[in-house]
Design a protein around this ligand. Structure first.
Ligand SMILES: Cc1ncc(COP(=O)(O)O)c(C=O)c1O
Length: 385
């Protein structure tokens, strides 16, 4: 059977491929976006799972929109207005897919930050959207370019990760958040705010979500993957009913509903009395690992520059001019996996202006992070000989 035209041009995710290579023995992987397994709250999950196993009704088919008590929690914590509602998704990745299928026709213009989350690029390329890449600065998107896109192309949506961006770790400033909210309202562009890293702030002051500043013009994707467990595959999409209701119908056709036992497990975990302490411990652990990684980089690779961050899971390392994909291949041969920055740009965009790699600091132990940087320094020394 011939595959659909839309799928023919879709490249398999580079990260999934590199992650497969990164499983080799003695490989140090700084490539994936994996949380540390010792942050999974097993001590909280285990007794809850035993309790849930006594409730057969949870193992029955459930409602498409989500498990009622979890939806009530979402209304209380995430809805900005009484007219806002939520849909529980199978990870926030499914939220992206539903949005693309519900709202984008081939050729529709959308704006994305450049670089951008690879999983979102895949979804929007599959939907054959016309991607307008807005350059990123240290405080968020280039606002002049963003307004020019809004004015000239009337994009349907602006997809953005304002808190601890994947791959750059950038966190938008307060002023940028206000400006983007105003632009979305003025030009009638829907903001799709993807916020999987928001809870992982380990320094600096918390800023409002951009969607809070334009609640009628925004849809928010939340994920529990990075601070509860990615394998549970639970996310939630929240926004005005007029945007969410079509997604519920679409999800019926996609997978009927997300796993009810996993939704119940997630809810009980979030409500567990010690959960805030658990979350704080994750932040502290990641801050230490971030400091270890950036300390080793400053010492061993002074010719490279790591963009400073206040949270999230990634360091964006800018390198002296080089072929970054070839460099990543060399590093892989020497036993360290990183992601070349070039893969985070839409396929038809010209070569990115900078030469950078994305490094994950949350999964590897501190000693391993230091060893990974030593291996990188050896490869650099060899290249520069
Ligand atoms: C920006 C961004 N959005 C969405 C996702 C997908 O998360 P989930 O596990 O909830 O599907 C990721 C995962 O790495 C991500 O980095």
């Amino acid at each position: 059977m011939k595959i659909a035209r839309s799928l023919q041009s879709l490249k398999p995710s580079y990260i999934r491929e590199i992650l497969a290579a990164a499983k080799a023995p003695h490989m140090i992987s700084l490539a994936g976006g994996l949380p540390a397994e010792d942050t999974f709250p097993m001590h909280i999950l285990a007794p809850i799972m035993t309790q849930l196993a006594r409730l057969p009704s949870l193992f029955q088919y459930g409602p498409t929109q989500g498990y009622g008590p979890l939806l009530a929690y979402c209304d209380q914590h995430f809805a900005y207005q009484p007219t806002h509602t939520s849909l529980i998704t199978t990870g926030s990745q499914q939220g992206l897919d539903l949005i693309a299928r519900a709202y984008l026709d081939a050729g529709d213009a959308i704006v994305m930050e450049a670089p951008s989350y690879l999983g979102a690029l895949q979804v929007f390329e599959l939907a054959q959207a016309r991607i307008l890449p807005v350059a990123q600065t240290s405080t968020g998107p280039d606002l002049t370019q963003l307004e020019a896109y809004f004015a000239k192309h009337s994009p349907k949506l602006f997809y953005a990760v304002p808190d601890f961006h994947n791959p750059t770790g950038v966190c938008w400033s307060h002023a940028t958040r206000e400006h983007v909210a105003t632009l979305c309202q003025r030009y009638g562009v829907v903001l799709l705010e993807d916020a999987p890293y928001r809870e992982l702030r380990f320094s600096g002051e918390s800023l409002p979500m951009v969607s809070e500043l334009c609640p009628e013009q925004a849809v928010v994707l939340r994920s529990f993957s990075k601070y509860v467990s990615p394998g549970m595959r639970v996310g939630v999409i929240t926004g005005p009913e007029r945007f969410i209701c079509p997604l519920i119908t679409l999800k019926q056709a996609a997978d009927l509903h997300s796993s009810v036992p996993m939704q119940a497990l997630l809810l009980e975990t979030l409500m567990y009395s010690d959960f805030p302490q658990h979350l704080q411990a994750i932040r502290t652990l990641y801050q230490v690992r971030y400091q270890v990684l950036t300390g080793a980089l400053a010492e061993q690779l002074p010719q490279c520059a790591a963009t400073p961050i206040d949270g999230g899971m990634f360091v964006w390392l800018t390198l002296p001019r080089c072929d970054v994909e070839q460099l990543a291949a060399h590093l892989l041969q020497q036993g360290v996996a990183v992601v070349p920055g070039s893969v985070f740009y839409p396929a038809d965009v010209d070569a990115p202006p900078c030469c950078a790699v994305r490094l994950n600091f949350t999964h590897a132990e501190p000693d391993t992070l230091v060893e990974g940087v030593s291996r990188m320094a050896d490869v650099f020394a060899h290249i520069q000989e």
